[in-house]
Design a binder for this molecule. Sequence first.
Ligand SMILES: Cc1ncc(COP(=O)(O)O)c(C=O)c1O
Length: 446
Amino acid sequence: MPSAQAAAIAVPNDLAAYWIPFTPNRAFKAAPRLIARAKDMHYYTPDGRAVLDGIAGMWCTNAGHNRAPIVAAIRAQAAELDYAPAFQFAHPKAFELASRVAALAPGDLDHVFFCNSGSEAVDTALKIALAFHNVRGDGARTRLIGRERGYHGVGFGGISVGGIVNNRKFFGALLAGVDHLPATYNRERQAFSKGEPDWGAHLADDLERIVALHDASTIAAVIVEPMAGSTGVIPAPKGYLERLRAICDKYGLILIFDEVITGFGRLGHAFAAERYGVVPDMITFAKGITSGAVPMGGVIVRKPIHDAFMRGPEHVVELFHGYTYSAHPLACAAGLATLDLYRDEALFERAKKLEPIWAEAAMTLRGLPNVLDIRCVGLTAGIDLASRPDAVGRRAYDAMVKAFNEQDLMVRITGETIALTPPLIVTEREIEEIFGKVASVIKAVA
Ligand SMILES: Cc1ncc(COP(=O)(O)O)c(C=O)c1O
C-alpha cells in the first residue's frame, strides 16, 4: 500500500486539463477510473484495490507489469545514457536490439527500423514500400491497399489504409489512391469458431479484383493485421494469409503484416507470420517489444528491400525518414530485458500451451444473455454482445465499467465487443477468474 501522503499526491483534484484519448471525457471525469500502480497480473487503484488485468494494459504488457529485470534495465540505462542522437550517431544497444528482433523474425526479415509507436511503425512501413518502388525506378506504384475494419494506428497513413469508420470520417480526404479488401468476418459462417475460422480464405481473392481495377503497376503494398485486434478480435480465416501472399507475389506487391498486437507471443509465436508459415515483406511491431514499459515501435524489413536502398554515394542518406526518439536508449534497454524475459520464461510457448485452455474457458460464455459470438486465437478473445435497442455500444460500455468497479477486472471494449488479452504470464486459475468475472458482468448488463 502506498503511504497516505503518496496516495494523496497520486490522486489529482483537477481533471479538466487532460484531454484523454479515445475516451468519452465527460463520462470519465464524472466517474474516473484511476490506476496508481501495477505488479505482474494486477493493477492497483489509488485506494489500493487490486484489479486483475485481462488486457495486458492495451495488448502490450505481455511479460506482466513492473517486472523486476525490465525495471532494473530502465533504471540502469537512465543513469548511464539518457539520450543519443538518432541520426548520424548511434548507441550500442540499438544494434543489439535490432539483431535480437531480426533473429526472432522469420525468413530474410533481417533489418529493423525503429520508431516509437504502432502508428509510426505503420507510416514508416508504408513510406518504405513507396520509396522502395521509387528507388528501383518503379515509382508509378503508389497505391496502398488496406482492409475494412483494419486498425493501423492514427497517423494519416494508418487511418487511410485502416478501415474503422469513426477513425476516418472526421479527418478529411485522407491519403489518395487507397483501396480496401473486404473484412474477413461473417457471423453466419464463423460464429463461435475456436481459432482461425474454416470459412473465408476466398476473401483474399478480392485482391485480384483490386489489381484488375487499378493494374498492378500502380499498386505499392498491401497491409493487413494477421488477427484484426482493435476492431474486436477477428482471426484470419484458415488459408487466407497464404492466399494473400501468393497474389502479392504474382503481381510484385509488398505485403506488410501489422503485428503491433500479434507480435511478441500473443498468438503463441514471436510473430504471427511464424504461426501461419507466411513470410511478409515487412512486419510492423510495437507494444510487446518493451512489454509496454517504454514507448517503442519498429518495422522489420526483408533483405532485398533494405538492400535496394544501399546504393549511390556513401555519404548520402539512403532513406529520408526517422524520429528524434528512434531507438531511444531507455526503450532499447527495456526491449533487451523484455526479450530476455520472454526467452527465459518461455512466454511465447506458454501462450501456445494455454491457448486451448483459454479457448475452452472463453466458450463457457456461450449461451449467456446477449452473447452473439465468441472468437479467440492465441491468448485473445472477442465477445460480441447484442446492442440495447436505444444505444449502440452502451451494453459493452456498461460491462467495462462494471467489470472495473464491481468485479476488479480490466477489460477492453470496441463497439459492442468485449476484448480480452491477458499478459502471457496468466495462470490457469486466473483464466478461470477472468471468464468467471466476465460472465458475472454479462449477466449484470442483461
Ligand atoms: C495493429 C495495430 N497497428 C497499429 C496500432 C497503433 O499503435 P499505437 O497506438 O502504438 O500508435 C495498433 C494499436 O493498437 C494496432 O493494434
